[in-house]
Unconditional design. Sequence first.
Length: 327
Amino acid sequence: MTENFQGVDLIGDVHGCAISLCLLLDRMGYRRIDGVYQHPTRKALFIGDIVDRGPHIREALHIVRAMVDRGQAAIIMGNHEYNLLCYLTPSPDGKGFLREHTPRHQRILQQTLDQFADHQEELDDYLQWFMRMPLIIETDQFRAVHACWHQSLIDRFLAERPDGRIDLDFLVRSSRSDTYEYEVMDRLLRGTHLRLPNDEVIVSRDGFKRKFFRTKFWARNPQKLADVVFQPDPLPEHIARRPITPEQRKDLLYYGPDEKLLFMGHYWREGQPEPVSDNIACLDYSAVKYGKLVAYRLDDEQAFRRDKFVWVDVAREVGRMDAEMDG
């Protein structure tokens, strides 16, 4: 990962925000040479979720893949690349697809499907590329995963697949919720979560009704549900103050402070970019929701530094460009 490079720039969920990505790369000193963004001494690492939701998905994929193919970047799979693979991969029995074509699933993928509507061969090629993305990257200094580092699952997965990649058989089996393959993809790409008590439902900011909420996997000895919730949408107060039950505690993980630096995306953070714990950084700051596209510039430090976060404020940049066009 770091051979022949002096530093790594880890970049959060792009979600089709190609203009923001160009601005971020420019800000970090990358320059487009022969059509490929590159840096004389550094390499980029994308934390997944290049597709869906944003206005320039094809363009974002072109930028990222060109960097990866030229050896200027690496990438791990996000849950949105995985979802698209399952949505477009036919079931072996010939009955539908690995991911059911429900209105909810189609809504999430609609921007990607629309933007590739007249580019089927290109989309097919990208789907093959997604299959070559590893689920994790680990070096002597740091780890990267899209949503959650689950050591025992990762140990088993790497024992079977040392390159960290899946194949078609693994993908097919992962579409069934009673399989080990499903557990790997769900935990590493979607993270830990708990079911809302009493079959309650909350409506998230993106309009989806949810029966689960995302949870921290680094909370030490949490007592109440409020201690583990990790998502933009808060829990209702009557749920937040409920004590964690022994059964719920079985579904929680703990990534301790003595573990390696860990980078992830996925969780739609807000505000000033900063670590979520002493050794965990989430780089997803809702770029597609007029938040920030965020990177962390890692050198040889063994502890996170707040001044190493770099970002593009999407709403501010869009406003600036609109003003320039009006002028």
